[in-house]
Design a protein around this ligand. Structure first.
Ligand SMILES: [Zn+2]
Length: 257
């Protein structure tokens, strides 16, 4: 069984906060865990992070993880027209390529997992090899109307379940039954989001997030970090192989030739 750990590198819940505590604090804790177990992950970075915190993206690259694209400023691409969307993804890719000159940038994930129907056409035109935005494989046909050869790696909608307040074993048992799972996380999950919501938002937004959106704070911070460490340890003991999405592409290309 293979697991891909993917991380969307962006602001602390785009659209809610404008801060970067997740990248400045949480990301380093995540990288330490991956280092400790000597496994590599795939990191989808927004252009916004490249512009504001390039040193953190360089750390990811230096540790030989895969760097991929996640749009310029976490836009809702499905609400934009073709040329605007293409321009944002192009700028995102160029910013990353200029910063990470030792990395080949071949992957993309749409913000909010909401890709426009023409996304695969744009990705093919811009030299990408894969997308990881379409969480429901049943919907894949809708996006392939133009027949563009972009691999799709559906992200598993599991990050909230990962932090769901039940025994982690329930989650692990569910994941280990599969042949392949692409888990996705964010650096802000590795910081205490309840404290951030409490300290930074006005009373209305504070109540809204604490009461209606527990997925934005439940088991974040040290609890998330401890869960991630425990999950990886258990997966390795079950002989799970951790790979990057680029590894999967290389494997597919090798078996096709
Ligand atoms: Zn995102």
């Amino acid at each position: 069984m293979k697991i891909v750990l993917t991380f969307d590198i962006e602001r602390d819940i785009p659209g809610v906060f404008n801060s970067y505590f997740g990248v400045k604090i949480g990301l380093l804790k995540i990288l330490k865990i991956l280092d400790d177990f000597n496994i590599k992950g795939t990191f989808f970075c927004t252009g916004d992070i490249i512009e504001h915190l390039p040193e953190y993206v360089k750390i990811i690259e230096h540790k030989d993880h895969e760097i991929a694209c996640h749009s310029l400023n976490h836009e809702r691409l499905n609400q934009l027209d073709y040329s605007k969307c293409r321009q944002l993804i192009y700028q995102n890719k160029k910013l990353i390529e200029n910063l990470c000159q030792n990395s080949e940038i071949i992957g993309f994930r749409a913000p909010y997992l909401k890709p426009p129907l023409f996304l695969l056409k744009i990705l093919a035109e811009l030299g990408f090899k894969y997308d990881s935005s379409i969480s429901s494989p049943r919907n894949l046909k809708k996006y392939q109307i133009n027949g563009y050869q972009i691999y799709e790696f559906p992200p598993s909608n599991s990050n909230v379940f990962f932090r769901f307040p039940v025994n982690l074993q329930v989650f692990s048992n569910w994941i280990f039954k599969k042949n392949l799972d692409i888990l996705y996380f964010h650096p802000w999950e590795a910081i205490d989001m309840r404290a951030l919501i409490f300290n930074q938002l006005n009373l209305f937004n504070k109540c809204k997030n604490l009461l209606i959106r527990p997925d934005r704070w439940i088991n974040t911070g040290d609890k998330f970090i401890n869960r991630l460490r425990k999950f990886i340890k258990e997966a390795l003991s079950e002989k799970v192989e951790f790979v990057t999405l680029k590894d999967l592409i290389n494997y597919k290309e090798k078996t096709l030739t």
